[in-house]
Design a protein around this ligand. Structure first.
Ligand code: NAI
Ligand code: MG
Length: 365
């Protein structure tokens, strides 16, 4: 952690990569709220933004999702603030691998933290949410597993209908250990000290069994933290039926990707969910982005919910060593949803801009 700035102003250099669709709208929103926060910091800190025009439009113009020396350019920033990548004109596997996954993998952002947060004023499809306090966080292994990118396609020469494809998941003991340990460290800071590990080790008997064994071994170092090992299908049911029993949920790349979307849908909308792609050693910049994609169905119409992007900005402030400012942002989110200022996806009729305006006003609370 960088230390909390004291006295002298500190400028955080942030690379903004809005990319595609609503990604552009929510990054504008997040920047506006962060700049308003800096303005109110009485000169203690400021943000200096550099925006990169990468994404599917850039691909159509240049044949590349990002510049060839893009990673080199990004590596000296304090953090990356990302929108969402993907547009119907470019195959999704090209856009995702060419930008977001390229950054996550090469900057070894191996821990993906995705809080499932229930906001006042937002109706959850989960009846329990009315009467039970719910709050958990999904910790996603973000560097290997099912998204390691190993495999290939071949044998199309055998004629139509005969091609084969291999998609190989990679589980390393070191990779499992570092994310599991990260989950235990996080659980140690929470009111409920519990880690739920999720695999499918009954069916996937190599990688996932290595994960389970690593989980058992690491758990011994944290005797104060409660543990459970749950299969992913059962965990998806538990998200709905017994979410009050969750605190930190740690899972592989694919499983946690799916579970975190389920979590944010239970909280009311994909548009609410925040996420941090962390390189905990700080050898590379970490990247903060909403969980949702580019939402082509609503893009460009002022309908995007900016809360996921603004919540991601709060995670960025924590990473910068500004926990009070992160809490202030979180409080302003609660005040805004609590006052019923909501975008359409969560049952309101406020525009993106209207929500941003309220978020900025509520920073004063
Ligand atoms: P999506 O997350 O873009 O949209 C799913 C649903 O949620 C849509 O109905 C959309 O309108 C709604 N939604 C998403 N964000 C919202 C917001 N901020 N406010 C209100 N409603 C919102 O997922 P989808 O449709 O599967 O993918 C669209 C594109 O995004 C694809 O190209 C996909 O590859 C890409 N994608 C990119 C991600 C990233 O950059 N991290 C993550 C997920 C998808
Ligand atoms: Mg996802």
């Amino acid at each position: 952690m960088t230390s909390q700035p004291t006295g002298s102003p500190h400028t955080f250099r942030i690379a903004a990569i809005p990319a595609d669709g609503v990604g552009k709208e929510v990054v504008v929103a997040g920047r506006a709220v962060l700049d308003a926060l800096a303005q109110r910091s009485e000169g203690r800190f400021a943000f200096s933004w550099t925006e990169f025009p990468w994404g599917c439009g850039h691909y159509e113009r240049t044949g590349r999702m990002m510049d060839d020396d893009g990673l080199e350019t990004l590596k000296d920033f304090d953090a990356l603030y990302f929108g969402a990548v993907g547009w119907p004109t470019v195959p999704d596997h090209i856009s995702l691998w060419g930008l977001r996954l390229k950054i996550c993998q090469n900057f070894d952002q191996w821990a993906n933290v995705r809080p499932v947060h229930f906001h006042p004023g937002v109706v959850s499809p989960l009846r329990k949410a009315d009467t039970t306090e719910l709050d958990w966080v999904v910790v996603r292994e973000n560097s290997e597993g099912e998204y390691a990118g190993f495999g290939g396609r071949n044998l199309s020469g055998r004629g139509p209908g005969n091609e084969v494809a291999l998609q190989t998941a990679l589980f390393t003991e070191a990779g499992c250990e570092r994310i599991i340990r990260f989950a235990f460290e996080l659980a140690s800071t929470r009111a409920r000290r519990k880690v739920s590990s999720v695999t499918k080790s009954n069916a996937q008997q190599y990688g996932m069994v290595l994960w389970d064994e690593t989980f058992e071994r690491v758990a011994q170092d944290y005797p104060d933290v409660e543990t459970e090992s749950v299969l992913v299908d059962a965990m998806s049911a538990k998200f709905v039926l017994h979410p009050e029993d969750l605190s930190v949920v740690v899972a592989s790349n694919l499983n946690a990707d799916i579970l975190s979307d389920l979590g944010s849908a239970l909280a009311g909308s994909l548009g609410l969910a925040a996420s941090a792609n962390l390189n905990p050693e700080r050898r590379f910049p970490s990247m903060f982005e909403p969980v949702h994609g580019s939402a082509p169905d609503i893009a460009g119409r002022g309908l995007a919910n900016p809360i996921g992007a603004v919540g991601s900005a709060a995670l960025m402030l924590e990473h910068f060593g500004l926990p009070d400012e992160a809490a202030r942002l979180q409080k302003s989110i609660e005040a805004t949803t609590g006052a019923g200022i909501l975008t359409r996806d969560v049952g309101g009729d406020a525009s993106t801009d209207r929500v941003v305006e309220a978020l900025i006003d509520n920073l004063a609370l």
